[in-house]
Write a protein that binds this ligand. Structure first.
Ligand code: OOG
Ligand code: NI
Length: 268
């Protein structure tokens, strides 16, 4: 029962994600044509640390469907905190949720985000579909640009709202690509652009996780006074390694994630 509700929710999240990230569907189709079965390692969500919509609020529907809070991560440079959640059914994707530390930014940014959040009917924050409900507030082009000067992440959430930032292919389950570098090579030959910040492959066997990602697609968003084409969402690829205790590492690596966040920066 819960499992059906969860499967439906994950499907609906994928539909929203693909509408923002057409290249992810193309990659899935190319891999399927090679006989691959795609397993989703994790889904990432972004938000603000405001009490109405912080990690606790965004994670609630997942906790109700059997997820548990696991690792915590801090990002000093970008002023973000994150938590990852796992389901007892290990076949289900992990959920990685980050939140922006609003108090680290200017008074005007804080006031603007408070205003956006307060403009929304409180019931919106209790919607079990919040994490794929899109942008609940109005935003102007100038507001978007002012937020972007201080934080690309802040502007992304303000413009696109609540929706999966990325899904992630679990590379260990691929038959044709034993190394992440092989998959990256294939994707580049097929014409996809990869995030090269800190090198194409983030992490290593020594930290039990290697990751790479595409650069975000772009999408047209209708703002209150203008239509703007902005970076939307990207696709990630993760290869996990077995730890000394014999178990596959399930966590994240802050130093790597710091660079993965940059996949939505739009120019590299
Ligand atoms: C999340 C970036 C970090 C990972 O797997 O380390 C991440 C984001 O861009 O919102 O997804
Ligand atoms: Ni990720």
């Amino acid at each position: 029962m819960t499992h059906n509700a969860l499967a439906m929710m994950l499907d609906e999240m994928w539909v929203d994600y693909i509408s923002m990230t057409p290249h992810a569907q193309k990659i899935v189709d190319l891999l399927a044509a090679k006989g691959e079965t795609i397993i989703n390692d994790h889904i990432a969500l972004r938000t603000f640390n405001h009490p109405s919509v912080n990690i606790n609020v965004l994670s609630k529907p997942f906790l109700e469907l059997g997820y548990q809070r696991k690792g915590k991560y801090e990002f000093e440079e970008k002023q973000l905190d994150a938590t990852h959640f796992e389901h007892e059914d290990k076949a289900l994707p992990k959920i990685f949720i980050s939140e922006l530390r609003l108090e680290s930014f200017s008074q005007s940014l804080q006031a603007k985000i408070d205003e956006l959040i307060e403009s929304v009917d409180k019931e919106v924050w209790a919607n079990p579909k919040l994490s794929y409900s899109g942008r609940p507030w109005e935003l102007s082009r100038q507001e978007y640009e002012l937020l972007k000067e201080e934080s690309e992440y802040c502007a992304w959430v303000a413009a696109l709202g609540y929706r999966p930032n990325h899904f992630t292919i679990f590379v260990n389950a691929l038959k044709n690509f034993s190394e992440l570098s092989d998959l990256n090579q294939f994707l580049k030959e097929e014409g996809f652009s990869l995030n090269n910040s800190g090198g194409e492959i983030k992490g290593s066997k020594a930290v039990f996780l290697e990751q790479s990602s595409t650069l975000a697609d772009s999408t047209e968003v209708r703002l209150s006074d203008d239509t703007l084409r902005i970076p939307s969402c990207y696709f990630e690829f993760a290869k996990r390694y077995v730890m000394e205790n014999g178990e596959l590492y399930q966590g994240f690596v802050a130093k790597s994630a710091d660079k993965i966040f940059e996949s939505t920066e739009g120019s590299q």
